[in-house]
Design a binder for this molecule. Structure first.
Ligand code: SF4
Ligand code: SF4
Length: 341
């Protein structure tokens, strides 16, 4: 079951809403190695230039949009390999800049009706009135997670106007659903999050800001105490075990820290179909990366050696030894020998 207990959280407005959510069971076509979530980039390029983010380095006012063909192919794969998972629209760009976002949300709902679809936005287009919460949630989004780069009062007004439930991340009522948990396609909510300039110190101390493989404007990054990673932490990382990151052109990426698309092309793309997905997810290269991460050897992975981020639960040991020490060549499993990355 999705929920740990049967008590209806007070956040759900009525019993009917809660009953629908309780009915959803997770399907894991790839067993315990089924990805937990996808991180998808509908837009590459952002209208803000935050000092803690590598999107600041991208060419100003240039946006690359995911095409409808790529979007459709991706959702067909999601529906086959992870029909009940979270899909976050995020990565290196502002998703609400996509001119067809509402249409895309409707397509996603048709092609993959059980996913939990989240938009992570900087809120600028909401403030300008170019999109609104109700429109996005009605079209198929489940959660609009808003990093508030404008006054919180403005977002509270917009959220109230939508008539959908919302809460502020750092002032949340008891027992509210987490945006990082899969509840299914019936949940609808808005989460208002502080932007990193206003984060509590504990969040910074937890290492939740990374250096995006050392792609930052270091002068601007100083304000966030970010400096180039020379010696990475001897910590595990759970990202390549649980997330499937997709660049705007459909390429799989190593992880959500690849804002610049540095690893695009190394793992194939959604255009390689279901077989291609398996060759990527269990491929020789990514398995070698996972094994190094499991052994806390970030330094031996080209990208991880430039990464200091430590997500919560990053040290969990995921997958079994057997699941790590093999790779899929498209026809059969092979033992994973040492490879230099
Ligand atoms: S953190 Fe978000 S809003 Fe800021 S530049 Fe990066 S993608 Fe844009
Ligand atoms: S340690 Fe490696 S896989 Fe994990 S977030 Fe950093 S670069 Fe990505």
């Amino acid at each position: 079951m999705i929920k740990k207990n049967n008590k209806r959280p007070s956040f759900f407005r009525n019993k009917h809403e809660w009953e629908k959510i309780k009915l959803i069971k997770k399907i894991k076509p790839l067993g315990k190695t089924t990805p937990y979530a996808w991180a998808v980039e509908p837009v590459h390029g952002c209208n803000l230039k935050c000092g803690h983010c590598s999107a600041r380095l991208l060419e100003p006012n240039k946006y690359d949009f995911m095409t409808e063909e790529t979007w459709r192919k991706m959702w067909e794969i999601i529906n086959t390999v992870t029909p009940t998972c979270r899909v976050d629209l995020c990565l290196s760009g502002e998703p609400t800049l996509h001119p067809n976002l509402v249409k895309f949300l409707k397509i996603a709902r048709e092609l993959c009706p059980q996913t939990q679809l989240q938009i992570t936005t900087n809120g600028t287009m909401l403030i300008k009135g170019k999109v609104d919460y109700k429109e996005l949630l009605d079209a198929g989004a489940n959660i609009v997670y808003t990093d508030m780069y404008s006054p919180r009062e403005s977002f509270i007004k917009l959220a109230e106007k939508s008539d959908y439930p919302f809460y502020e991340y750092y002032n949340k009522p008891d027992n509210v659903p987490s945006p990082w948990t899969y509840y299914g396609p019936h949940i609808k909510m808005i989460v208002l999050q502080e932007n990193p300039s206003n984060w509590p110190k504990s969040r910074h101390r937890a290492g939740l800001l990374g250096t995006w493989y050392n792609n930052l404007d270091w002068e601007a990054a100083k304000k966030f105490n970010l400096t180039p990673v020379i010696e990475p932490p001897t910590r595990r990382c759970n990202q390549p075990f649980i997330y499937v990151p997709v660049h705007f052109d459909g390429s799989y990426l190593l992880c959500c820290q690849d804002n610049m698309g540095e690893t695009a092309g190394e793992y194939g793309s959604i255009y390689d179909g279901i077989d291609g997905f398996k060759e990527y997810w269990y491929g020789k290269r990514i398995q070698a990366i996972r094994r190094n991460l499991r052994e806390k050897k970030r330094k031996d992975n080209p990208q991880c050696s430039r990464c200091c981020i430590t997500f919560s639960r990053c040290d969990y040991k995921l997958w079994t030894d057997e699941e790590i020490n093999r790779w899929w060549d498209g026809k059969e499993w092979r033992p994973l020998d040492f490879i230099k990355l």
